[in-house]
Design a protein around this ligand. Structure first.
Ligand code: OXC
Length: 308
């Protein structure tokens, strides 16, 4: 079955791709994504300067998910500006993920990266792991100020990676901001920030940074991800493409995201745990669910979730 999809006029050969952060920091990792069956190459969120990130251990996988506090380890935007044009040869969309510390960083990075013509730019307003830096996406006014400035310097399709919201009022406030800014797609959701995983045997936390607090991913966050995809799908009446992220470890999980309104899905935890072969498995599994259900493409079931 053809699993290709289109977001903001850009065609993706498959609806599956890596989530920013998962196996996408170095040139080697980005090229490996290019050679894999991933439907796109999404870069690690880039900052102004190269970063080592937080001290290790900073990722821990467990049966129902993962916790991480990577702290945005990345090569710095100048390096990605060199790498992105070389990724064109893989003939699949490149999504540049942009982060920063303060508005000025985002604007500088986005302006330079826009010149390299990635197919899309994803503005990360939701990294939970930088000590002393609150997630911008939880501050509607700061998000609006920042996004309006970034929007002015970005001419490729621009999307926003949001944190999970747990109250409709917060989703509505952010939707109004996004309407005023004019964004082309949403990536929902970043990890569920500042969770805590405890190892009872060692009577200890499992990651080092921030006293063990970190972003949760994987199966345990799927209902939160689905709820945010569904809420924003409804708030925009299906007009704004959504990339669903959170808890996709099987084709059925991806099908659930599509039913809630996602056009495509990103994978983080399962890509870290299973490596690049995961794309072939997920594509096979989703194709089989869609065929069994009588859908001929991912778009055919998008948003079709029934309410009781
Ligand atoms: N979300 C991010 O946006 N960044 C990373 N982790 C996460 O959960 C990070 O680099 O810490």
């Amino acid at each position: 079955m053809n699993l290709s999809i289109t977001i903001a006029g850009v065609r993706f050969p498959s609806c599956f791709m890596n989530a920013a952060g998962a196996r996408c920091v170095t040139r080697e990792e980005l090229e490996a994504l290019g050679r894999s069956q991933s439907g796109a190459i999404v870069t690690k969120s880039m900052t102004l300067e190269p970063r080592q990130g937080n001290p290790e251990p900073r990722y821990y996988g467990f049966p129902s998910g993962s916790i991480n506090s990577m702290g945005l380890p990345n090569l710095g935007y100048r390096a990605y500006a060199q790498i992105i044009p070389d990724l064109k040869r893989f003939q699949k969309p490149v999504i540049a993920s942009v982060a920063g510390f303060g508005e000025e960083d985002f604007v500088t990075i986005a302006a330079t990266i826009n010149e390299c013509r990635p197919d899309l730019i994803e503005v990360n307003l939701s990294c939970p792991n930088i000590p002393g830096e609150p997630q911008i996406g939880y501050d509607a006014e700061a998000s609006e100020r920042l996004l309006k400035r970034v929007r002015k310097v970005v001419s490729v399709p621009m999307g926003v990676k949001l944190p999970p919201y747990f109250d409709p009022a917060h989703q509505e406030a952010m939707a109004r901001v996004l309407e005023r800014v004019g964004v082309d797609f949403l990536s929902l959701i970043n990890s569920v920030g500042n969770g805590l995983v405890v190892d009872p045997e060692r009577e200890a936390v499992v990651i080092k940074p921030k006293g063990g607090f970190g972003g949760l991913g994987g199966t345990l966050i799927k209902p939160v991800a689905l709820a945010n995809v569904r809420a924003f799908w409804k708030l925009f009446a299906g007009r704004l493409p959504i990339i669903g992220t959170g808890g996709v470890i099987s084709g059925v999980d991806a099908f659930e995201h599509l039913l809630c309104g996602a056009s495509a899905v990103q994978v983080g935890t399962v890509l870290v745990e299973e490596d690049l072969g995961v794309f072939e498995r997920l594509e096979r599994e989703l194709a089989s669910v869609l065929a069994r259900k009588g859908y001929d493409s991912p778009a055919a079931c998008r948003g079709k979730l029934k309410e009781l």
